[in-house]
Design a protein around this ligand. Structure first.
Ligand code: NAG
Ligand code: NAG
Ligand code: NAG
Ligand code: NAG
Ligand code: NAG
Length: 399
């Protein structure tokens, strides 16, 4: 009974502290986000490590159009591809958020897609009747409307006609498929929505990318969680098709390939054999107080590394799950996708050398790197101080 007032007070305090715009969400799920602009460019890693497939691709690529950055992926089933994803894709740590320490990505969704990211994850809240991309609550951080986000993605898809994109939306306020569907329609993106043959359960053989591209149903949308509505059959309940490893990991040794959700399934192995697709949550949090989680940027170069023999590296978890599951992960979510670059691990798992990507710096984007002013240290102190204030206040209220 007291919780709402405590939460409201916490929110007010956080807002007063001037860090409201920087608070990341924890809510019931994963977050995802993107970041800012940068004129500097460095290479995007496109190294394939499987020599035999590289040789094959070299022969094919001169005469074949690429699908999701490689001709080798056109005739591969959607679920036999690792789709690299941006966790909390709308929550940016860039100049637009004063380098909010709760931002999960340095670059926005458009830049992410151009750099090869094909899975965008975001948390959706009901803000006074409008679906908004918020962190925990819309009072803390509102990254704009779902409609604007979908319009941004549609604009990119309109211009990139051979690309298949996946969305993973967290339905934080238990909205109906009709509520989501109306925004998918008003944004125009519903035209690309793919409706699978089965809308009730896992599918062991998904169409190839080429099939999705030819039909121009190039958007696969999962929502966690939603009740299926035949009027919006392209809005798929995530956990009917996908299982996930744990999220909210706070140590580099905390990543593994065990099933965390849905709890209705007993194990990763059971999920795989039933036709579920595996999603690796490969991002670490460094602080979590009152639902405020701060992405661990200190270790990000290691976290997003394609190395297969370093504890905590994405390459290591990817290879481990490929081995443990007998099939590669279909989806991977990371924070700060440009660092690593994380997509090198997906390329490794897919056995491709990518083409057609925009180069984005693999460096961390900081206030000092772009403005000559370093704010992140201040930001962390403010969050810690506010968290202490909130704890003190809550103790008073409870006493
Ligand atoms: C994404 O970031 C780029 C680079 O900062 C910027 O030019 C573009 O306007 C941004 N797109 C959106 C939709 O915000
Ligand atoms: C997945 O793709 C790889 C590479 O093309 C292929 O060798 C393998 O047979 C495919 N697996 C399935 C289950 O289709
Ligand atoms: C969304 O919020 C509005 C206003 O706060 C409320 O009237 C509406 O019932 C909410 N929608 C749902 C589905 O909860
Ligand atoms: C897998 O990792 C999660 C998060 O670190 C942890 O809670 C869980 O116990 C681990 N499972 C196993 C079997 O090690
Ligand atoms: C570790 O992995 C990297 C590539 O991921 C490889 O170059 C290196 O040889 C490996 N080292 C060992 C000791 O296996």
């Amino acid at each position: 009974m007291m919780f709402p007032s405590i939460l409201a007070t916490s929110v007010a305090l956080l807002s007063l502290a001037g860090i409201g715009q920087a608070i990341p969400q924890q809510g019931g799920g994963n977050g995802g986000f993107g970041g800012g602009p940068q004129s500097q460019s460095s290479r995007v890693a496109t190294t394939a490590t499987r020599a035999s497939t590289t040789a094959t691709e070299a022969a094919v690529s001169t005469s074949t159009v690429a699908c999701n950055n490689s001709p080798l992926l056109c005739n591969r089933n959607y679920n036999n591809i690792t789709h690299m994803g941006a966790h909390d894709a709308a929550f940016l740590r860039d100049s637009s958020t004063s380098f909010s320490i709760s931002g999960n990505q340095f670059y926005n969704a458009t830049i992410a897609l151009s750099a090869g990211i094909r899975l965008l994850q975001a948390q959706v809240h009901n803000s006074s009747g409008t679906l908004e991309l918020c962190h925990t609550t819309c009072t803390l951080l509102d990254a704009g409307s779902l409609e604007a986000f979908l319009m941004e993605i549609k604009t990119w898809m309109d211009a990139n006609t051979n690309e298949v994109v996946t969305l993973l939306l967290v339905n934080s306020d238990d909205e109906s498929a009709a509520t989501f569907g109306s925004v998918f329609e008003s944004s125009g993106i519903s035209t690309y929505g793919y409706t699978p043959t089965s809308t009730t359960g896992p599918i062991s053989t998904w169409p190839t990318l080429q099939t999705l591209i030819t039909a121009n149903t190039r958007l696969v949308t999962f929502i966690a969680s939603i009740t299926y509505d035949s009027s919006y059959p392209y809005l798929l309940n995530e956990f009917d098709y996908v299982f996930e490893t744990a999220f909210g990991v706070s140590s580099m040794s905390g990543f593994n390939c065990s099933l965390s959700r849905p709890t209705s399934l007993s194990s990763s192995t059971a999920a795989i054999s039933s036709g579920y697709m595996g999603l690796l949550n490969h991002f670490a949090d460094t602080v979590e107080v009152f639902g405020i989680s701060i992405p661990d940027v200190t270790d990000i170069a290691t976290t997003n590394s394609a190395d297969t023999n370093t504890t905590g590296a994405l390459g290591t978890q990817g290879a481990e799950c490929d081995s443990e599951w007998g099939t590669k992960p279909t989806f991977i979510l990371v924070d700060f996708w440009n660092v690593g670059p994380a997509i090198a691990t997906a390329d490794q798992l897919n056995g491709i050398t990518a083409t057609g990507r925009t180069s984005v710096s693999t460096a961390e984007l900081t206030a000092s790197s772009s403005l000559g002013v370093r704010r992140d240290a201040w930001g962390l102190g403010a969050v810690a101080g506010t968290a202490i204030a909130v704890v003190a206040l809550v103790n008073i209220v409870w006493l």
